[in-house]
Design a protein around this ligand. Structure first.
Ligand code: GLY
Length: 357
């Protein structure tokens, strides 16, 4: 768990591939996941040595609180400082999160009703489904002294995305492109998926997690209903071993396409939370049970890294189309896997899903 980062330029672990640890700078979108993983280890163990490591790794991403050039500040600061604050109530962490939320809010565009993901030249105004995850930072800051505006823009983004970024079957486009003059939705395309019309596995997982979290923050049943619909299409198309291919349409290419454990870990964590919001006990049990099945497979020798010290999980896919991190151990797979395990433990102990939420 304590990665060896000697001889590496980056300051935080990113990927373990072919026996080699690859690190990243704090600006890379995944930099907050390793600090966050340490916070989950601390939550589980209460070990002061792990807490010290979590604090040290968290401090390495602080300067990203000023990032306004993309939406990833949400992933980076929420997973590191967000978990740190949740477990320690350190006031300096709260201020970092508030600053980061204000940075993210500068990307909100009132005409489109969305927070812009990338400053891409290829598309006029692009919003990726991953961006749903970063609304958590805005909601959190709104609840903790940051003001109503942050809540309002997070809701608006979730509503706009719900309206445009999904197909009739509730599978999502990876990228939604909008017109900045009148705000209309131009088209749905892909960046990391197999094709514009396919269901990129991690994208759908972000949608499941995102809408579950938006329901948690708003108590608006439209979002709960939507979280169920986007979960149901994922579950209806999942392979028998519960771990999706990197894109749900990838088996159309060949039978040997890689699986993506990260999508499964994200989905398992989200479904555990979703199950706690559903009144009907049969449906709640259904989602919880699916999450448990996913965690059982992820925890088997086929997916768990076990004696390799650099990761918890094997077999994730970062960016297939660019050939990056294909069949690798990736920091966000570990993060959501541990989050899901801690959530499951809490559920079994009849506690609320997240401590100090
Ligand atoms: N947010 C980028 C990814 O999921 O690969």
């Amino acid at each position: 768990m304590f990665y060896e980062m000697k001889d590496q330029k980056g300051i935080l672990p990113r990927t373990a591939e072919n026996g080699k640890m690859i690190t990243c700078e704090s600006a890379w979108w995944t930099s907050g996941f390793y600090p966050g993983t340490l916070w989950y280890c601390y939550e589980y163990s209460n070990d002061p040595q792990i807490r010290a490591a979590a604090e040290e790794m968290t401090s390495r991403v602080e300067k990203q609180k000023y990032t306004t050039s993309n939406h990833d500040v949400g992933f980076i600061i929420n997973c590191s400082f967000g978990n740190g604050y949740r477990l320690t109530h350190n006031e300096t962490y709260r201020k970092v999160i508030e600053t980061a939320a204000k940075s993210l809010s500068t990307r909100f565009h009132p005409v489109t009703g969305c927070t812009r993901s990338w400053n891409s030249k290829k598309w006029q105004f692009s919003v990726i489904i991953d961006n749903m995850m970063n609304l958590e930072l805005l909601f959190w800051a709104a609840r903790n002294g940051g003001g109503q505006y942050l809540y309002d823009i997070a809701c608006k983004h979730a509503e706009t995305t719900m309206k445009h970024q999904f197909r009739k079957d509730y599978s999502c486009y990876h990228v939604a492109v909008y017109d900045t003059l009148d705000g209309h939705f131009i088209k749905g395309v892909t960046h990391q998926g197999l094709s514009d019309d396919s269901m990129w596995a991690r994208g759908q997982a972000w949608a499941i997690y995102g809408y579950t979290m938006v329901y948690r923050e708003t108590h608006d049943v439209r979002f709960l209903d939507f979280a169920r619909k986007v979960s149901d299409v994922y579950l209806s198309r999942i392979p028998e071993d519960m771990i999706p291919y990197w894109d749900f349409n990838a088996p159309e290419l060949s039978s040997g396409e890689p699986k993506d454990a990260s999508a499964s870990a994200i989905t398992a964590s989200a479904l555990l939370e979703l199950s706690t919001y559903i009144n009907d006990s049969d449906s709640a049990f259904f989602y919880r049970n699916k999450a448990v099945e996913m965690l059982q497979i992820l925890s088997s020798p086929a997916y768990q890294a076990r004696n390799k010290k650099d990761a918890f999980l094997l077999h994730s896919v970062g960016h297939m189309n660019k050939g990056w991190e294909v069949d690798a151990s990736i920091s966000y797979a570990d993060y959501y896997y541990l989050e899901a395990l801690v959530r499951l433990k809490r559920l079994k102990e009849k506690q609320s899903i997240l401590a100090n939420l």
